[in-house]
Design a protein around this ligand. Structure first.
Ligand code: GLA
Length: 378
């Protein structure tokens, strides 16, 4: 056998050091995007200001920290088709272009939702409810046009938003009143026809309520029985310090995963403020009167409360990481605390701290903690 010369060993050692330094190892991840890359997509909603490129600090955080994006408002029917047949894709196009240029997983939100929908959708020229046939026709046109425009580019759609109540019954929305429960099935069918490759999701809030959870499980089974495609359940995740319990949250994840669904946390924000009512979910029609005692942190959050918030958010992510086989995406509902809708919901004019980046777009202490959690679970 040839004698190995010491200079050969040296070259080998240098090569090993070089390879291990240059290969991006997850332990070295310093961003959420890198730390979670083998677990699930970590994403954020983008507001109009960011999509238009005006919030440059926010855009930089999105580029650096997140792998998935969804539009906070500009793809809702009330914005994209304000008048019948007049589609305005200006912002939506910019949003999708941004996603592609920056290699983000793009989700479309949302096709059929009773809220933030234009009035004309449900009424005729006299202001009366349209016929069932007309309603179905309008749903079809809307879905075909919007999904069709981004065919192959938007990878997954929130097809129906918020159709099931906490007791498992159907929400008495205009869609339900006029079309009946079939509106959900039809919406999924139209979306699939418009882009057969897109993933299709049902999205809602408070899905950890056992009644709602069971209602959604039934919905999944019904759709499947009809041969309708459904890929996942979006759990909005507008949560607070006291609710839901992580046990209830886990039971919901397991219930949906057992039905073969991908599970996504689609609109995560965790309010640190006192809740005016423990049943508040995300029904944007709900509003409570402002009281000083409901707005305690206008000058910043005391350390103890901040730590409690960090601990609860960390525990939630530990749970999501534990279920990373079924959890495919976790999307924050915005980048920085200052821009969150939670400052005005369910009470207007409060100072809330529900997101991962502060009002100056700096990572809060939670960011490193979540990176550490993701890296722990190699
Ligand atoms: C619901 C919707 C979102 C958004 C929030 C409030 O969760 O799904 O699109 O409107 O309410 O920001």
């Amino acid at each position: 056998m040839k004698k190995v010369k010491s200079y050969q060993i040296l070259i080998l050692l240098i090569a090993i050091v070089f390879v291990s330094c240059s290969a991006p190892k997850n332990e070295e991840a310093t961003t959420l995007k890198d730390a979670f890359k083998d677990k699930f997509y970590i994403g954020t909603a983008m507001n109009a200001w960011q999509i238009a490129g005006k919030d440059t600090a926010g855009v930089q955080v999105i580029k650096d920290q997140f792998r998935a994006i969804v539009a906070e408002n500009c793809m809702k029917s009330g914005q994209i088709q304000r008048k019948e047949g007049e589609f305005d894709f200006t912002l939506a196009d910019q949003f999708v272009d941004f996603g592609e240029e920056n290699n983000k997983f793009i989700t479309g939100h949302c096709l059929i939702w009773h809220s933030q929908a234009p009035r004309w959708f449900f009424t005729d020229s006299l202001g009366n409810d349209v016929s069932r046939e007309m309603m179905i026709e309008r749903m079809k046109t809307h879905i075909y046009t919007v999904v069709g425009r981004y065919k192959g580019r938007i990878k997954g759609w929130d097809v129906v938003n918020e159709a099931i109540m906490e007791d498992g019954s159907y929400r008495n929305s205009k869609f339900y009143q006029i079309v009946g429960e079939d509106f959900i099935k039809l919406a999924f069918q139209f979306a699939h026809e418009a882009d057969p490759d897109a993933e299709l999701y049902y999205n809602d809030y408070n899905e950890w309520f056992s009644g709602k959870r069971d209602g959604i499980v039934q919905l999944i089974r019904n759709l499947k029985a009809y041969g309708i495609r459904i890929d996942g359940i979006g759990m909005q995740g507008h949560i607070g310090m006291d609710h839901p319990s992580l046990e209830d949250y886990e039971a919901a994840i397991v219930a949906y995963a057992t039905e073969g669904m991908k599970v996504m946390v689609t609109e995560l924000d965790m309010s640190i403020l006192p809740q005016p009512d423990r049943n508040v979910g995300a029904d944007i029609a709900t509003s409570y009167e402002y009281k000083q005692k409901l707005n305690p942190y206008t000058e910043g959050v005391p350390e103890e409360q901040m730590l409690a918030w960090d601990n609860r958010m960390t525990a939630l992510f530990q749970l999501l990481l534990k279920h990373s086989d079924s959890v495919s995406r976790v999307t924050l509902w915005g980048v920085s605390d200052g821009m969150s809708w939670k400052n005005n919901f369910p009470v207007r004019g409060r100072t809330d701290y529900p997101l991962l980046f502060d009002r100056s777009y700096q990572p809060k202490s939670i960011v490193q903690k979540l990176i550490d959690e993701a890296l722990k679970q190699e």
